[in-house]
Ligand binder design. Structure first.
Ligand SMILES: Nc1ncnc2c1ncn2[C@@H]1O[C@H](COP(=O)(O)OP(=O)(O)OP(=O)(O)O)[C@@H](O)[C@H]1O
Ligand SMILES: [Mg+2]
Length: 609
């Protein structure tokens, strides 16, 4: 099941639909703005009409007023021309404003939808996607669309209607000459489509390499300390240079392709002018066309190509935008977490006893590499169970299945005897608090971080939680105490301090089920001893899963499960397991040997087994 979803997920990013479909979806974004668009549309048509009428007036002026030497008539025509052009100018301005506003609305909505969707995506989705690439979709891809939506679309629409206006005007003035000029149109279409196809590919490559660059920057800046420590800066810089070069190459090739477009249009424009002068001249000889109208025609032919030139510039933007939209819709099409089953129950927090059962659970992050093998065990309501085992044994994986970060491939996880897939996710996660192996703090104050799971908690509650995990002391030493702002990821605190804060956060949430994954691994033994005492009261009355390498941390658990290679190999109390002389006794003794005798009830500092 899960691998099917993964395949679908992987495929749909690449297969966000063809160009026509993407364009249709972008257009569909416009539906809510029908009224505004109608207004803009009217303005565009008006503007196109002014452009079509202008040359005709000029032609008439040449034939009549100038031909007859009618000064007054000429002055009137000039005034009319100016009025028409000024009106057209205001219409353009109003329309650019209106369409630009609509564009911004759509952008904001896309950005919001992307961000919202990230929160609905399954944990699995993020296992293999670089954060930077995802970021570039919300930022740079949306910005690309911005240029197109705020300027491009108006230019494109304006050009299109001007073109129609001009085509009609030409037909009315002289249909023969008009048809002769239109011979150019098929050539124009051919050229445009040829460029279109190649440019699209080039622009898609450009977008992808931009994504790579952002992803690279994100990762390498996050890991810059490691790079410095391991003398890897040179390699990182070299790797970035390669990515940067690939992006430059992709953009250069895109520019190279589009750069040919304008000159090609120039050639066609010259050809059209030649047709007008040549064939139009012949028509004038035969008295079937006046000199004035021939002049009007020359202006039309120039104007005929101006919208097309403009469109060619916009075209570049449009291609880039299609590529960007493809990446944006690629994310939006990503299936979110499997929806709650129909009829899923929202379990009442007050009713939860907190018994957790793994019933024949088999699970792997990749389908062909199971991490948990037919795992079966029960953690009674209110029981504290410790999971111990070697690195990579599957302890964190077990913890991941309880709040449904992942679903098992086979078997079931039960809460109070009910398959957790029959509960709504929100109601399942509400009574669970987790201190992750790599806790994450957000930028914000210390107090806000502790109150993360219960934003409405009072300052007293926050402080009480901090006192319980012995975080209060160091927090009071911070410049602003509980109001000290933390940097991104809790920068400015030691790792142990970050762990204490996330412990306090879990505690404040007052969960029915508490999962501590190596929650005290970075805390010194003295502080740990204090926490240990607090923990015993914290863990009482809740179902708790405590994962720890330091066996001193797990000694007080009601039961210890020894996990090896995704299976429970031993279980029992500390004393019972020691007496068994099995895997646990072995683990314990190895710690014992490296650290000396274990004092009764006093935690010890030990190396990771
Ligand atoms: N997101 C992931 N994608 C693929 N494989 C994973 C992922 N997370 C863990 N694994 C694999 O699953 C196995 C179990 O990992 P897990 O994190 O559960 O170990 P653990 O017992 O918590 O180890 P540790 O004591 O080091 O925290 C490991 O072999 C690991 O390579
Ligand atoms: Mg782990």
């Amino acid at each position: 099941m899960s691998q099917v979803i993964e395949q679908l997920a992987g495929a749909s990013t690449e297969r966000a639909g063809n160009r026509g479909e993407i364009a249709r979806r972008l257009l569909a974004e416009l539906t809510p703005f029908r009224k505004d668009l109608a207004g803009a549309f009217g303005l565009i048509v008006f503007n196109a009409a002014t452009q079509a009428v202008g040359p005709l007036l000029i032609g008439l002026a040449i034939d009549r007023e100038i031909g007859r030497g009618d000064r007054r008539g000429l002055a009137i025509i000039i005034v009319i021309l100016v009025v028409i052009y000024v009106a057209g100018m205001f219409a353009t301005r109003a329309q650019v404003r209106q369409v630009g506003g609509i564009g911004q609305e759509i952008l904001a909505s896309l950005r919001q939808r992307l961000f919202d969707h990230f929160h609905r995506l399954p944990t699995r989705f993020f296992d293999r996607r670089p954060v930077g690439d995802l970021m570039s979709r919300v930022t740079s891809d949306v910005d690309t669309l911005n240029q197109f939506l705020s300027q491009g679309v108006t230019q494109l629409l304006g050009s299109f209607f001007s073109l129609i206006g001009i085509i009609i005007a030409m037909l009315l003035v002289n249909w023969r000459l008009a048809l002769a000029c239109y011979l150019i149109i098929p050539l124009m279409l051919l050229t445009t489509t040829a460029f279109a196809r190649r440019a699209r590919q080039a622009f898609r490559r450009a977008r992808e390499t931009t994504g790579d660059i952002t992803a690279g920057i994100q990762e390498e800046i996050s890991g810059i300390r490691e790079a410095q420590a391991f003398n890897r800066t040179e390699q990182n810089i070299a790797r970035f240079r390669t990515r940067n070069a690939a992006n430059r190459a992709a953009n250069v090739s895109a520019v190279g392709i589009t750069s040919g477009f304008a000159p090609a249009m120039d050639v066609l424009s010259t050809l059209a002018t030649a047709i007008v002068i040549g064939y139009g001249g012949l028509l004038v000889f035969d008295d079937r066309l006046t000199v004035g109208l021939l002049t009007a025609f020359l202006i039309y032919v120039q104007q005929f190509f101006r919208p097309i030139q403009l469109a060619s510039q916009v075209y570049t933007q449009a291609q880039a935008s299609l590529a960007a939209s493809e990446r944006i819709y690629g994310i939006l099409d990503e299936p979110g977490e499997v929806a709650d089953r129909p009829g899923a129950v929202a379990i009442d927090p007050a009713e939860i006893r907190g018994e957790i059962t793994f019933d024949g659970v088999t699970f792997g992050y990749e389908s062909d590499r199971p991490v948990l093998h037919d795992l079966t065990f029960t953690i009674g309501a209110g029981e504290t169970v410790a999971l111990v085992g070697t690195t990579g044994a599957g302890k964190t994986t077990i913890a991941n299945l309880v709040p449904r970060f992942y679903d098992p491939d086979a078997g079931r996880v039960l809460l109070d005897g009910r398959d957790i897939r029959d509960l709504t996710r929100a109601s399942l996660r509400r009574p669970i608090a987790i201190v992750l192996q790599e806790p994450f703090l957000f930028s914000g104050t210390v107090a806000a971080n502790i109150a993360f799971g219960r934003p409405d908690a009072s300052r007293d509650d926050v402080e009480a939680a901090a006192v319980a995990v012995d975080a209060d002391r160091f927090i009071r030493d911070l410049p602003d105490g509980y109001d000290t702002p933390l940097g991104e990821r809790g920068a400015g605190l030691s790792e142990g301090q970050r762990q204490l804060l996330s412990l306090a956060r879990a505690l404040l949430a007052d969960p029915r089920i508490l999962i501590l994954d190596e929650a005290t691994s970075r805390i010194d033994t003295r502080t740990e001893a204090t926490i240990q005492r607090a923990l015993s009261s914290i863990l009482r009355d809740r179902t708790s899963i405590v994962i720890a390498h330091r066996l001193s941390t797990v000694r007080d658990a009601d039961r210890i499960l020894v996990i090896s290679d995704g299976a429970v190999v031993e279980q029992g109390t500390h004393d019972a397991l020691l007496a068994r002389e099995g895997a646990y006794a072995e683990l314990y003794r190895r710690q014992f040997r490296t650290t000396g005798p274990v004092p009764e009830r006093e935690p010890i500092a030990v190396a990771v087994p």
